[in-house]
Design a protein around this ligand. Structure first.
Ligand SMILES: Cc1cc2nc3c(=O)[nH]c(=O)nc-3n(C[C@H](O)[C@H](O)[C@H](O)COP(=O)(O)OP(=O)(O)OC[C@H]3O[C@@H](n4cnc5c(N)ncnc54)[C@H](O)[C@@H]3O)c2cc1C
Length: 442
């Protein structure tokens, strides 16, 4: 059985050391009444709280651990204008009108994130010089060319980099071609969610940390939220409740946990690199991913550390630090690295959905959940939070991006760890075959 709440290690210290102080958290006492109770203090919940508070709604956030303790404080940090699936699949999934709306709103996701950062003066290493997607094989190159052409037709700042231009942008001759999308960027996700939370508190939201919610029920026309670590009588009542627990969803609402598949992601950072090596890697400060199935990302942090994510155990207890995979991949990409000292590793849970699009459910009148970002949540969850806030204020599907869909618990949920593990191993084999066929030997 999955246990997504079982992260033993805190979010990475490399993020925490550069983050603003935690927002003031208030102990929950008695049974106050609020307009909206938000459960979960990641990008989704905090964005919802900020947008509600700015609209003058009384809002309280209830978080089992600390702000950013879930995936939001552990993400790789890429702010992407895409969902996991491409524009053709989005149009097929939603139909032409809604599909176009989803594509446009997701493409504008980085604008939303960087505008919030600028407006609230959030210190979170914001870099908006774009994202590099490199082709590891001819099929990957065709996909990137098709996506680039689609966006160029729509006048978006996306271009193909070939040969020497690609090598210069990446800082490596491993790839022959890449797509550079100047709409995206990267940041310190833990600092971003903390900064958003501080802005939400400044706007009037109340945040209760170390306050796990144990039950939600309906009584006398109000939602009753039972919370607190001690099993005591704390809690609150609310006119509306927003569930923003994503991959960390427990059994708070029947079937919600089983409606997504939690998969572990892994992050790694090195000790600071020497000046000449650090300047040779991704000199434009974009983050890099490639078209391999299990290749996640590489970027240089402003403190001169190399940050990578790599394939690892997809479920089970939090694994001990293992730097071998990331080390091999980084040396293949950047032979100039020499011996790298890896300082820190961490993991977090990504919520996957079977159709690879986020979901919004109205679980009962006045109770909504938004989740399932498939590893693309910095922009999409910020947008989802804004939309959940709008729903709590009475907005309907016609004015919002993500339509309400029925919640569907997966009957095979208990078998998911084995299925995901087997799929990841199969992807790994296919990636290795592609590497042997298409990537230069080092
Ligand atoms: C390793 C990794 C790398 C990633 N990289 C990227 C990336 O580069 N770019 C990108 O866009 N996305 C990335 N993602 C995905 C992104 O981080 C998530 O989509 C996003 O953080 C989801 O935000 P959230 O607020 O919905 O959930 P979370 O941040 O997970 O927050 C959920 C919160 O709910 C709380 N909670 C759960 N149950 C309860 C309860 N009963 N009572 C109270 N609180 C509760 C949890 O403690 C948690 O804090 C990555 C994710 C991981 C794990």
């Amino acid at each position: 059985m999955y246990a997504p709440s079982s992260d033993v290690r805190d979010p990475p210290s490399v993020y925490a050391q550069a983050a603003p102080p935690a927002p003031v958290a208030v102990p929950l006492t008695g049974r106050p009444h609020v307009g909206v109770a938000v459960i979960g203090a990641g990008f989704t919940g905090i964005s919802a709280a900020l947008h509600l508070a700015e609209a003058g709604v009384s809002v309280a956030v209830l978080e089992a651990k600390e702000v950013g303790s879930g995936a939001s404080g552990r993400a790789f940090g890429q702010v992407v204008p895409y969902l996991k699936i491409g524009h053709r699949q989005i149009l097929r999934h939603y139909g032409p009108e809604r599909g176009a709306r989803v594509i446009d709103a997701i493409a504008a996701g980085p604008d939303l994130v960087f505008e919030l950062i600028a407006r609230h003066g959030i210190e979170c290493w914001p870099v908006r010089t774009g994202l590099i997607f490199a082709a590891h094989a001819p099929a990957g190159r065709r996909d990137l060319e098709s996506r680039t052409a689609y966006w160029q037709d729509r006048c978006a700042p996306v271009e193909m980099l070939e040969g020497a231009a690609c090598a210069e942008a990446v800082g490596s001759s491993l790839y022959a071609a890449a797509s550079l999308d100047r709409r995206g960027g990267n940041l310190n996700p833990f600092a971003y969610v903390r900064g958003l939370a501080r802005a939400a508190v400044a706007a009037g939201a109340v945040i209760h940390t170390r306050t796990p919610v144990r039950g939600i029920s309906r009584r006398d026309g109000r939602w009753v939220v039972d919370a607190g670590a001690n099993g005591g009588a704390e809690g609150l009542t609310a006119d509306a409740v927003l569930l923003a627990t994503n991959a960390y969803t427990d059994d708070l609402w029947p079937g919600l946990r089983e409606s997504v598949v939690p998969v572990r992601g892994h992050g790694f950072v090195s000790a600071p690199l020497s000046d000449n090596v650090r300047h040779s890697i991704l000199p434009g400060r974009q983050s890099l991913t490639d078209t391999r199935r299990l290749f996640s990302g590489v970027r240089m942090l402003p403190n001169g550390r190399l940050h990578g994510s790599a394939f690892g155990p997809t479920s089970g207890p939090e694994p001990a630090a293992d730097f071998r995979r990331v080390d091999g991949r980084m040396r293949q990409l950047y032979p100039q690295l020499g011996a790298v000292q890896w300082d820190e590793t961490w993991t977090g849970w990504v919520a996957m959905t079977t159709d690879h699009v986020p979901r919004v459910h109205e679980l009962a009148p006045g109770l909504w959940a938004g989740l399932g970002y498939n590893g693309r949540g910095i922009a999409a969850a910020t947008l989802m939070g804004r939309e959940l806030a709008a729903r709590a204020r009475g907005a309907g599907d016609d004015t919002l991006t993500f339509p309400l869909v029925p919640m569907r618990p997966q009957p095979w949920y208990r078998a998911a760890p084995f299925m995901v593990g087997a799929l990841a191993r199969w992807y790994r084999v296919r990636d290795v075959v592609d590497e042997l066929r298409f990537l230069p030997k080092r």
